[in-house]
Write a protein that binds this ligand. Structure first.
Ligand code: IMP
Ligand code: MG
Length: 441
């Protein structure tokens, strides 16, 4: 079967958690390739809401192998907390979870460094999740990062830590922040090492062998393509490659192993944190979307900014990720609107733009051009037959497909697995439909 990437095409929170959970029965392995516990993947299972941050959502399905790649920024304390909260779901995972020895650790000095950097930026702050994700990646690129595999030899770990602590503390003191106690960090991490060393392994080799045996992989993206460090709205981005390119480097596999990239797209747009957002709507309609869609950050609880569907942004995302198939989520949130605007281009300094400019200094000044779509005014939730969908909703899908040049192959109309419409012809050969459908009820 195919190896498929499932990633967000907007600024995150497209509903990837539910989609990955829904498709997992059709795959053998679920792999995270970037990001850290800044991600928040909400899954509803048997009436209970579970939010996963670091561990792949596949963990909720017994028998599925879950891997955390070298491209992930790894916090042992966040991991252990999440692992404890998962007890009782999907059975034990001691023998089906592997953490790459190459993943970079998040250490207690990383959130401090982030606080200093954000405060210095003042009004220009990124609005990060404050979990130390960015500074961990900074150390990786500066070649002073400490990796998960370094915990396997505590002498190696201590040596690297001692060097880093001295440097960080000099910076913290200059900024008026208290020093971090290196000995305390060492003891804490020696404790973590004892508990997580059983999970540490060579993820690249493992995937190579398993794929050789014919096992299929679902690559689970975190954040969204427009938050990608290279292709997003830089500098208002996260610090990793959330786009499909990150899959190969973040797991140590070749791009030839990726068969398909499924783009998850919300029927409207949201964004958490700072940065340009051309279709943002701060009037009553925006508040209605926020309430109906429960648009609050799964990790930080911050209200998400809400706005209309931005077709040039998603078209851009499809281009940089090689997306031909889309999963449309949360159209049911728009059930109540008489009319729904869809952005199909922008006006900028007297001329029209049809392509998405990722530069914030341009995006801040563009004026969206909207096509007014008729609302369907019918509850979409529980509709499982494509032929019974309201005509106005089919028009909405068609406009998105035409504008972004990709086909919708799955529609999610609620948080539960059963609130899903599979367009079977479109999904043929991408996922094992038999196995996915069996778990749908
Ligand atoms: P960082 O990833 O904590 O460095 O935050 C950088 C930006 O990405 C901020 O605007 C965050 O709000 C945003 N961000 C990070 N992770 C997520 C996510 O999982 N969903 C949505 N936004 C995110
Ligand atoms: Mg999220």
């Amino acid at each position: 079967m195919a190896n498929v990437v499932v990633l967000g095409t907007q600024w995150g929170d497209e509903g990837k958690g539910k989609i990955v959970d829904l498709l997992t029965p059709g795959f053998d392995i679920i792999a995270r390739y970037q990001g850290g516990h800044n991600a928040g993947h909400t899954v509803c299972l048997r009436g209970r809401k579970i939010v996963l941050h670091l561990i792949p959502s596949g963990i909720l399905h017994s028998g599925k192998l879950c891997v955390i790649g070298n491209g992930v920024a790894f916090s042992p304390s966040a991991f252990l907390k999440e692992a404890a909260a998962l007890e009782g779901f999907g059975g034990s995972f001691d023998d089906r979870l592997v953490i790459s020895r190459g993943a970079h650790l998040i250490l207690p000095y990383h959130p401090v460094a982030e606080k200093i950097a954000e405060e210095r930026k003042g009004a220009k702050k990124i609005g990060t999740t404050s979990l130390g994700i960015g500074p961990s990646y900074e150390d990786k690129v500066a070649r002073c990062g400490i990796r998960v595999g370094d915990l396997l030899d505590l002498e190696v770990f201590r040596e690297k830590l001692t060097l880093n602590i001295a440097e960080k503390n000099a910076l913290f003191q200059a900024a008026g922040f208290p020093a971090v106690d290196g000995e305390e960090v060492y003891r804490e991490f020696a404790g973590h090492a004892a508990r997580i060393s059983k999970y540490i392994g060579d993820v690249s080799l493992l995937l190579h062998r398993k794929m050789g045996e014919g096992k299929s992989v679902l690559f689970e993206g975190a954040q969204g393509a427009l938050l990608d460090i290279d292709h997003g709205t830089y500098p208002f981005v996260t610090s990793s490659n959330s786009t499909a390119g990150g899959v190969a480097t973040g797991l140590g596999i070749g791009p030839t192993r990726i068969d398909e990239v499924l783009g998850v797209v919300k029927a409207y747009t949201t964004r958490v944190g700072s940065g340009p957002f051309p279709t943002e709507t701060q009037d009553d309609r925006g508040r209605l979307i926020s309430e109906r869609g429960n648009e609050f950050g799964a990790t930080t609880g911050r209200p998400r900014r809400c706005g209309w569907f931005d077709a040039p942004a998603v078209a851009y995302s499809c281009r940089v990720n090689g997306i031909e198939r889309l999963v449309l989520t949360k159209p049911d949130i728009l059930d109540v609107f008489e009319e729904i605007p869809v952005c199909i281009g922008y006006d900028y300094k007297g001329s029209s733009l049809s392509l998405f400019p990722p530069e914030p200094w341009i995006l801040e000044k563009v004026v969206p051009r909207y096509r007014m779509m008729k609302g369907w005014k019918t509850p979409l939730q529980h509709l499982t037959d494509r032929r019974r969908l309201p005509a106005a909703f089919l028009d909405y899908i068609k406009l998105i497909e035409d504008e972004v040049e990709a086909r919708v192959c799955l529609v999610s109309t609620g948080v539960e697995r059963k609130d899903s419409l599979l367009f079977e012809e479109e999904l043929e050969g991408v996922v094992d439909l038999g196995r996915v459908k069996k778990d749908l009820v």
